[in-house]
Design a protein around this ligand. Structure first.
Ligand SMILES: [Ca+2]
Ligand SMILES: [Ca+2]
Length: 173
């Protein structure tokens, strides 16, 4: 298994544990969804509802697929198994990626500005310097914007264990 993929998974586990219990639980995803929605005040209700649903589905999928000891929460050892069979999470990750990227484009012009991007990524908990490096790696235009699909693809790549040397690696470390 690629170390880069393990490092990405470790970081996202830490961030998803929004209430800091050391385990992923339903409450983490509700808390995280609220934070992200709060960071996108100009987005429409449909986009916010889609993000909330995507976080909910992500939790439901993790819970169904990875809670090996059936205690209603996901330990890191349970979570890291997601890299062994990423195809089981493709749909949930895809829905999440599309919903998050859409929130970055509140005016619906198909482009995401650096400020909206940074607000959402800060809400999730990534480090400021890493957020800037990631946005730069996406190759923003002269107006400092990236297309919505570029970010959506970047999110999916982040969760793809076979991917190495991707923009998302800027978030780790
Ligand atoms: Ca937790
Ligand atoms: Ca468990």
């Amino acid at each position: 298994m690629q170390q880069a993929a393990i490092d990405r998974v470790r970081l996202v586990f830490t961030l998803l544990d929004a209430n800091g219990t050391g385990y992923l639980e339903a409450g983490d995803f509700e808390l995280m969804a609220k934070r992200v929605i709060t960071a996108s005040p100009d987005s429409g209700d449909d986009a916010k509802a889609a993000l909330l649903a995507a976080f909910g589905r992500y939790w439901t999928t993790l819970s169904a697929e990875l809670d090996a000891n059936r205690d209603g929460r996901i330990s890191f050892d349970e979570y890291v198994a997601c890299v062994l069979s990423p195809e089981r999470f493709d749909e949930a990750i895809g829905e999440f990626a599309e919903a998050l990227a859409a929130l970055g484009d509140p005016d619906g012009d198909g482009l995401i500005g650096r400020r909206d991007f940074a607000a959402l990524m800060t809400a999730i908990g990534f480090a400021p310097g890493n957020i800037e490096a990631l946005f730069d790696a996406f190759g923003p235009s002269a107006a400092d914007q990236i297309p919505v699909p570029v970010w959506a693809t970047g999110i999916k790549d982040y969760y793809s264990p076979e991917k190495t040397g991707i923009p998302g690696d800027h978030l780790v470390g």
